[in-house]
Design a protein. Structure first.
Length: 274
């Protein structure tokens, strides 16, 4: 693959997660499956998550959830998300239904929240940013997600995309994600699959876009080969130092890549977990 310098995006120089301040090369936690990207000099410690019910200062339980989502959308605009199609998809999905009831009051804050199995639901900005990148040229018809988690990102994708295939390696999370798709009437549009995400899902390939939610030293060739010609893949890449990488397939055996934001994601793991 060839490389070219990537354009700068907001929040490109550092990261913060729900465990507090983080910088490249240190602080990776297996409980933090996705990260926020923030500007240099703006890193602030975040209090540890309390799993007991609480009232958030930014999202009150008494507020209508649609209004709360509207507040989230306005924040995303301020953070640089400009694709109105993506913003409408984020508005349509009730994020509070994807988290523990005790954390529902925090559902529309820009934080990763625990979903069990030492994993988290991604921050809204991370979800919107990654989807915006693969939808930049056109809305894809068929998308593969690697690392479905509780199904939130798959649900957002399903608002935009006709066919979503989301692979999850942890059986308990896979079952939870499937329940969420059924509750929202999205089971036919977003299919949650139990399997090894590093292998993708060849049965439905090729894909117009692939979204990966965990970082490996390199992006697996297996995933790259499941892209259609002109298809886009967005994934974190690296170990102690990671970059968000956008890859476009340009030929039968050629891909063009751009290295974008500095990020922190949990390692991509092979195999499955029952």
């Amino acid at each position: 693959m060839t490389s070219k310098p990537g354009k700068r995006y907001p929040f490109a120089d550092g990261t913060r997660n729900r465990f507090g301040k983080s910088s490249l090369g240190s602080g990776l936690s297996a409980s933090n499956s996705n990260t926020r990207i923030v500007q240099r000099g703006q890193l602030q410690p975040t209090p540890s998550v309390n799993l007991s019910p609480q009232v958030s200062t930014s999202v009150n339980l008494g507020l209508n959830s649609e209004r709360s989502r509207g507040m989230m959308i306005e924040r995303l605009r301020r953070q640089g998300i400009t694709d109105e199609r993506v913003l409408a998809a984020m508005q349509a999905v009730p994020r509070h239904q994807f988290v523990d009831q005790g954390l529902a009051s925090r559902a529309y804050e820009d934080d990763a929240l625990p979903i069990g199995f030492a994993q988290t639901i991604s921050q809204p900005w991370v979800v919107a940013h990654m989807i915006s990148l693969v939808c930049d040229q056109k809305i894809p018809n068929k998308v593969l997600e690697v690392g479905a988690g509780c199904g939130y990102q798959a649900a957002v994708l399903a608002q935009l995309v006709k066919e979503v295939y989301a692979v999850e390696r942890i059986k308990g999370l896979c079952d939870i994600a499937r329940d969420h798709m059924r509750q929202l009437g999205l089971s036919q549009r977003a299919r949650i699959l139990f399997g090894d995400g590093m292998q993708g899902y060849p049965a439905a390939a090729p894909y117009d876009a692939i979204v990966v939610a965990a970082a490996g030293p390199v992006i697996p060739r297996t995933l790259l080969e499941q892209l259609t010609l002109g298809g886009r893949l967005i994934a974190p890449e690296g170990t102690t130092q990671q970059r968000l990488v956008l890859v476009e397939r340009t030929g039968q055996a050629s891909w063009r890549r751009e290295e974008l934001d500095a990020v922190r994601f949990v390692p991509m793991r092979a195999g499955t977990q029952i």
